[in-house]
Design a protein around this ligand. Structure first.
Ligand code: DON
Length: 327
């Protein structure tokens, strides 16, 4: 049994905006980034280990940001939907924390792994406790927590995504979900391995189906930037007008994104971008400037760690031009 976490009282008051962004010409900054990335289209590789993602053309780039006072700025293919993949791990860890609170940390740790997102290697040493909720092993345990904690888990996930983004028709892509399962040998192995330690309670197939559904959700940059705005606004979601989680928990999820949101490149992202971010192998990355804005960038060509190559560049240029890194 791990030592229980002792937290102070929950802080619910959103912290006041610490940054004045009135002097920033955000449309101009996004336009500059778009100009810079366009000549680099074709760089990187689409996620070809999933058949349904292999053919995505490398001439798409979109970027959107939503400020805490509700302004939206966007550029390029910001309204084209793509497979959100592991970005959904931000939303599912939020749902799991809503369901079981700090008890989640008895089943998933909060440490960066330094290993690829689909690695099993540390699970043996840690007796089936994944290093963090953003690697596949952790997300599978999170799926299990959601299956146990919600009456209709798949419906609850869709409702969560729709309420956070304000987009009522967000849904899964069956072709992608099927393709995930067909090529999902490592995830199947990971889920079974965790179950062997007793850290998955439900049927492995049900856990995997939920996980593949969350990966297959299709959304655009504007939807996705909106969907994580509660993390920029101290847990408050503009789209639904509700406090989704406590301010303290929003801060904590941001810290997890900073330390583990971009796989084994989280250190590089902190160094190069300086924002809490979560990537997916569909080429999307969401990022949060606490108390200021949330962002999403999409370019399907990935680098060797599985992060969007031009997405990473775009976020780097964004924090460089705006000074909005958290450091
Ligand atoms: O588990 C997979 O292989 C994918 N469906 C999700 C991969 C992804 O985006 C990166 N995961 N952390």
């Amino acid at each position: 049994m791990r030592e229980p976490i002792r937290n102070g009282p929950i802080q619910n008051e959103p912290i006041q905006n610490q940054f004045d962004i009135s002097g920033l010409d955000l449309p101009d900054i996004l336009g500059t980034i778009h100009e810079e990335v366009r000549p680099r289209f074709g760089e990187g590789r689409a996620a070809d280990y999933i058949d349904a993602l292999a053919g995505v053309p490398l001439d798409r780039f979109g970027m959107a940001l939503v400020t805490c006072d509700g302004r939206v700025h966007e550029v390029g293919d910001s309204r084209e939907r793509f497979s959100i993949q592991s970005i959904s791990k931000v939303h599912t860890v939020t749902m799991a924390l809503q369901a079981v609170g700090d008890a989640l940390w008895e089943r998933v740790d909060r440490e960066p792994s330094g290993d690829p997102f689909n690695s099993l290697i540390q699970l043996e040493y840690h007796r089936g406790i994944p290093r963090n909720p953003f690697m596949n092993a952790g997300a599978l345990v999170v799926s299990d927590v959601i299956l146990s904690g919600y009456g209709q888990p798949e419906q609850a996930l869709l409702e969560f995504m729709r309420s956070r983004s304000g987009s009522t028709d967000v849904g899964g892509d069956e072709v992608v979900a099927r393709s995930e399962r067909e090529s999902g040998f490592r995830n199947i192995a990971t889920a079974n391995f965790i179950r062997s330690f007793g850290n998955i309670e439900n049927e492995v197939d049900a856990v995997l189906d939920f996980y593949f559904l969350q990966c297959s959700l299709s959304m655009d940059c504007v939807d996705l930037a909106r969907s994580v705005q509660y993390l920029a606004r101290g847990g408050y979601c503009n789209a639904s007008g509700t406090q989704v989680i406590s301010t303290q928990l929003a801060t904590r999820i941001n810290s997890l994104m900073m330390t583990a949101g971009t796989y084994d490149a989280a250190g590089d992202f902190a160094f190069y971008v300086g924002l809490p971010a979560k990537s997916g192998v569909g080429g999307g990355i969401v990022a949060v400037v606490p108390h200021v804005m949330s962002l999403c960038v999409w370019y399907p060509g990935l680098d060797d760690k599985g992060n969007s190559l031009l997405g990473r560049y775009a976020l780097h240029r964004f924090t460089q031009m705006t000074g909005l890194s958290v450091f």
